[in-house]
Design a protein around this ligand. Sequence first.
Ligand SMILES: NC(=O)c1ccc[n+]([C@@H]2O[C@H](COP(=O)([O-])OP(=O)(O)OC[C@H]3O[C@@H](n4cnc5c(N)ncnc54)[C@H](O)[C@@H]3O)[C@@H](O)[C@H]2O)c1
Length: 344
Amino acid sequence: MAKKVRAAVIGAGAIGPVHMNGYVQTPSAELVAICDVDRGRAKAAAEKYGAAHVFTDYKELLASDLVDAVSVCTPNNTHMPISIAALKAGKHVLCEKPIAFDGNQARKMVEAARKARRILMTAQSMRFGAGAQLIKKLTDQGRFGELYFGKGMMLRRNGIPRGWFQDVKQSGGGPLIDIGVHVLDFLWWVMGMPKPVSAFGVTYDHLGKRGQGRGNWGVNYAPGKFSVEDLGAGMIRFADGKAISIEVSWAAHTGDNYFARILGTKGGAQLNPDLVLYETVGDTPVEVRPQTARVDGYVEEVRHFVRCIQRGEKPLVDASQSAVVMDMLRGIYKSAKTGRPVSL
Ligand SMILES: NC(=O)c1ccc[n+]([C@@H]2O[C@H](COP(=O)([O-])OP(=O)(O)OC[C@H]3O[C@@H](n4cnc5c(N)ncnc54)[C@H](O)[C@@H]3O)[C@@H](O)[C@H]2O)c1
């Protein structure tokens, strides 16, 4: 049997414990250490998930020989420096989304992984759900014909996240980079990762900057420091004529609305709120509602990462793909700023 992968989680805030649970639920992994600048938080998580070691400085963790792999679950501006340091120290890295602020930062991380011969995977959890996996499998089997349009929406009425998320220097952007990255990555992956050629987009910050939209999410809310968009929308056009359109918000005068749809020449599919396949039988439009198994996409994501390390395989979400996704998101931001379509 392959040796267990010894793992640490860096960042014990909201998503860190989700990774910890993933390692604990993976028999071929062992959660060895937790690192957070907040010692109390790291210690509490280590006790809860049974990790033997606690660190407050990730450099000390990386200098130790305690682990083979780390999850990077810290604020967005720290993803690149922590991941590159981990790769240079010979650790495999599962880095939270967005992989970095932009495609160029992401490519530096990919280069570090190549040099270190280690895995750098992005935690695009949406790809690992049972519905997402089924849609991808059916797409690849040709069930929907040629996919030509993807549409994704993640609208929150009152969902501005806390603290650093609102500070562009730490987050790199608002809902486009925070949740737009999920739906754009999912649609682009299902559609076969076509080459993007242009982007058009808009961003607004009307509600966020006047202190609205905090809901249950926004503790430590500081309206004066709100320096990102609260709503963003964009369209990406691909070299083969396909397109993806996304609309995302943390705060807007609308009902909460999450969905992702793909449209093909023979059929289409919707991932959420319900998993639905759209087909035509004879002349009759038909809807199919698959009964997929209940799986925890977050646990599947960590298991996949561990399996790739043990087998020396390329991960499903290789970080080089995320570099392209970040190029697309930056294209939308640039277009929003200039008021013109931009070439990618
Ligand atoms: N995949 C998902 O569904 C999902 C969900 C939530 C967050 N995220 C991503 O996960 C990352 C973290 O988000 P969060 O909501 O958990 O944030 P958070 O603020 O709740 O937690 C971040 C933690 O990192 C710690 N930290 C900050 N700098 C550090 C450093 N240099 N070394 C060690 N620890 C450090 C903080 O003390 C904090 O405990 C973000 O990139 C976010 O986009 C992903």
